[in-house]
Design a binder for this molecule. Structure first.
Ligand code: SAM
Ligand code: SF4
Ligand code: SF4
Length: 371
C-alpha cells in the first residue's frame, strides 16, 4: 500500500490530482493518459540559467541582475535526474531531451549524458538521447558530449544576420560562434543536427528565406518554430506570430518543396523536402496547428517538478518524494499516476479561444520548465 503523498500543485489544465490513493496499484509498463496518449518523451531542464536573454524567452527587463535563480541545493542532482529517467523509461519513455535554460552551462553535464545513454527501453533498445542548446558553448563541449554518448543535438539560431541575432539574444552574441559550434559538433560525429529558428514578426521574418538558402544542401535540418505564448514574461501577442503556412509559402516562392511523411506518429514538426533532393526543412506550428492530440511529452523541471504540459501552471514535486526516501516503486507509481490523470491540451484550447478570452493564469517560464 502506498501511503506517501506527493504534494501536487494545482494545474489549471490537467486533471489535478491531490495524492496517490492507497488502493492505486503500482503499474508496470506502459501508461496512457485520459486522452489515450502514451508517455514517450521526457524533457529534462538541467538548469534555469542562461547566458542569453532571448527576447521571446528570458527578456532582460525581467531576467535582470536582480533576478533570483534557483539555489544550487534546490536543483536536482545529475544522479536524481538519471534515477527519474530510468524509472520513466519503464513507463514508455524512449526519447530524452536535455534542455533548460542553457543546458551546456550545467557542470558535468557529460556525466548525466553518460548515465542516460546507458539506459535501455524494456525491450532492449537504445534511447533517443539529444539536447537543445543555444550553441554558444558547443564548440568547447561537443567532443566530451559525443564521448559520453550523445547522439544528436538541436541548435537554436534565429538569424544569420548579426544585427538581428543580437537583437534576439540581447547579449551581443555573434552568429559566427554558433555556426562554429554547429560545425564542430558535426565534425566530432554528433548528428543529425537540427537548427531551430523561432520566427517573430517584426524581428526576424526577413531571415526566413536566407536561413533556408543557407542550410539547403547542408547536412543540417532547419526547423521554423512559431513564436509561442510560453511563460508570463514575453508579452506574447497573436499578431507577432508568422504562421508556418506563410513560412512555407515564402520559401516555396523561391525553392520547390513538397510535404513528406512524418518520421513517426506524433512528430511535432511537419516535414518538407526540397524537390531537387537538397535536404529538408520542418515547421513546428504550435500556435496555428496545435498538436496536443498526439503530445506524449513530460517535462522534469530543474528542481524536480514533473509537468505534463509546456503551459502548465503547476507541477508535481518528485524531488520531495526522492529526497524524502521514496523507493523506486513509489517514484514509479507517482509517475504512472500523474500521467494517467493527465488531460492537458492547452494549445488546442488556445486555438478554440479568441485572444481576449485567453486564460490569465500565471504560466511557468520555459527556461525553468524546459523548452
Ligand atoms: N537554451 C537552449 C536553446 O535556446 O536552445 C535550450 C532551452 S530553449 C527554452 C529551447 C527552445 O525553445 C529553443 O529552441 C528556443 O528557441 C525555444 N523557445 C524559447 N522561447 C520560445 C517561444 N516563446 N516560442 C517558441 N519557441 C521558443
Ligand atoms: Fe536562453 Fe534558450 Fe531561452 Fe534563449 S531560448 S534565453 S538561449 S533558454
Ligand atoms: Fe503538449 Fe503543447 Fe498541447 Fe501541452 S500545449 S499538451 S505541451 S502540445
Amino acid at each position: 500500500m502506498i501511503e506517501k503523498i506527493i504534494p501536487i500543485a494545482e494545474n489549471h489544465y490537467s486533471n489535478g490530482v491531490a495524492a496517490i490513493p492507497s488502493n492505486f496499484e503500482a503499474p508496470v509498463g506502459l501508461v496512457t493518459d485520459t486522452l489515450k496518449r502514451p508517455l514517450r518523451d521526457l524533457r529534462i531542464s538541467v538548469t534555469d540559467r542562461c547566458n542569453f536573454r532571448c527576447v521571446y524567452c528570458m527578456p532582460k527587463d525581467v531576467f535582470d541582475k536582480d533576478h533570483v535563480f534557483l539555489p544550487k541545493n534546490s536543483l536536482l542532482s545529475l544522479e536524481e535526474m538519471a534515477r527519474f529517467a530510468r524509472l520513466a523509461v519503464t513507463h514508455g519513455v524512449e526519447k530524452i531531451r536535455l534542455t533548460g535554460g542553457e543546458p551546456l552551462l550545467r557542470k558535468n553535464l557529460e556525466k548525466l549524458v553518460e548515465m542516460l545513454s546507458a539506459l535501455k527501453t524494456p525491450d532492449g533498445r537504445e534511447l533517443d538521447l539529444t539536447l537543445t542548446t543555444n550553441g554558444s558553448l558547443l564548440a568547447k563541449k561537443a567532443q566530451a558530449l559525443k564521448d559520453a554518448g550523445l547522439k544528436r543535438v538541436t541548435v537554436s539560431l534565429d538569424s544569420l544576420d548579426d544585427t538581428t541575432f543580437k537583437l534576439m539574444n540581447d547579449v551581443d552574441f555573434p552568429v559566427a560562434e554558433v555556426l562554429h559550434g554547429i560545425d564542430v559538433a558535426h565534425r566530432v560525429g554528433i548528428g543529425p543536427i537540427k537548427i531551430n529558428m523561432v520566427v517573430k514578426k517584426g524581428i526576424n521574418g526577413q531571415d526566413i528565406v536566407p536561413m533556408a538558402r543557407h542550410f539547403k544542401g547542408s547536412p543540417f535540418i532547419l526547423r521554423f518554430i512559431e513564436y509561442m505564448d510560453v511563460g508570463a514574461t514575453n508579452g506574447w501577442k497573436m499578431g507577432e506570430v508568422i504562421p508556418s503556412a506563410e513560412v512555407v509559402r515564402r520559401i516555396r516562392a523561391e525553392m520547390a518543396l513538397e510535404e513528406i511523411a512524418p518520421n513517426y506518429t506524433g512528430e511535432t514538426s511537419v516535414r518538407w523536402r526540397y524537390q531537387d533532393d537538397s535536404g529538408e526543412i520542418g515547421v513546428i506550428s504550435s500556435v496555428t496547428q496545435a498538436f496536443c492530440h498526439s503530445c506524449t511529452r513530460a517535462r522534469l523541471s530543474t528542481e524536480g517538478k514533473l509537468h505534463t504540459c509546456l503551459f502548465a501552471t503547476g507541477g508535481h514535486d518528485l524531488r520531495a518524494l526522492m529526497r524524502g526516501g521514496g523507493s523506486d516503486e513509489e517514484i514509479s507509481t507517482a509517475i504512472a499516476h500523474i500521467w494517467r490523470a493527465r488531460g492537458d491540451r492547452y494549445s488546442e484550447l488556445r486555438s478554440a479561444m479568441t485572444e481576449g478570452l485567453l486564460p490569465t493564469v500565471k504560466k511557468i517560464e520555459m527556461s525553468y520548465i524546459g523548452g
